[in-house]
Design a protein around this ligand. Sequence first.
Ligand SMILES: *Cc1c(COP(=O)(O)O)cnc(C)c1O
Length: 383
Amino acid sequence: MLNQFPLNRFANEQTPFYYYDLELLEATLNNIKEYTNDYPFHVHYAVKANANDRILRTINAAGLGVDCVSGGEVAASINAGFESNKIVFAGVGKTDREINLALDANILCFNVESIPELEAINELAQQKGKIADIAFRVNPNVDAHTHKYITTGLSENKFGINLEQLADVLLYAKQLKNINVVGLHFHIGSQITILEPFKILCEKINELQEKVRSMGFNLKIINVGGGYGVDYDNPDENPIPDFKAYFDVFKNNLKLYDNQEVHFELGRAIVAQCGSLITRVTYVKKGTAKQFIITDAGMTDLIRPALYQAHHKIENITSTEKDTEVYDVVGPICESSDCFGENEVLPITKRGDLLALRTAGAYGEIMASRYNLRALPSIIYSK
Ligand SMILES: *Cc1c(COP(=O)(O)O)cnc(C)c1O
């Protein structure tokens, strides 16, 4: 379904552009609904992965909520039609202005990451005569040595509150008149493609819940964060992540008490596969040992390869050549990290061919910049 690019529509388009397969996005959302419907599970899409308005509207239409990390994302979500009671606001550095915006919008919950932030929310809520519902982001401290995928759930980083400090923080929050603690929040990392870390997270949460309940707290929301990964190598074989396996981990391992809800904040897993960056080959340059495909897309359009050494599958979608050659695929930006792939095996490629950089729906368009005074990539939707 994904590989059938509407080449007739692409022919005269200004490149580079993002192409979004909205049917695939809808199929992905339906799949998520199928495995969460009969459970007290609520998915809040992590807007930071892609804040494109059509994408947000499609996600809203499917009934999901949103997880925002800035006032701008809260505003974009409201603008795209999300109801305020489906908006969660996270982030280590919420400014007063952003907190006020969220208070005025009556969002569902603030995910709080420190005492000073808690105090700021309490004070600003008091000025408005409101009570802010909050969840504490906790570092579950899952062992990174056994699970290298986990990058943000350790105690020593800027995110969240350490396990050892949580009891004191909860007791302190209880005294604040304009704060209502409704939940605990966890997020252990990103692009996690094995399920074991999520299972360990469940076990940590179970332990923690016993402690918190023994302190007299009865929290409604357990937010397990996002981080489920996608198959960057085989987008056509795995266009939709295995959500059944993912949600089963929580169904089977997370112990819930009366009326508790589980909140999820998936970003990449929802939008990555529906997007491709389409770029035209500007030149094919033959060196002595290598040959280069120089594309009109660069790191300003898709920064993941330059920023994280990520790799997106590259396809020549217009070539009819049967023979292949080996190329380095590079962008036009004046930075040597502006490279999409080394030693890529592609059909013989010519100036003017179109390439697709697949699985680019998450952390693609949203991270585009105008460095080198380039235009931002344009957008084409499947419908
Ligand atoms: C980035 C982030 C997410 C989404 O991560 P994905 O890997 O895109 O699923 C969810 N929650 C928090 C707190 C985040 O920072």
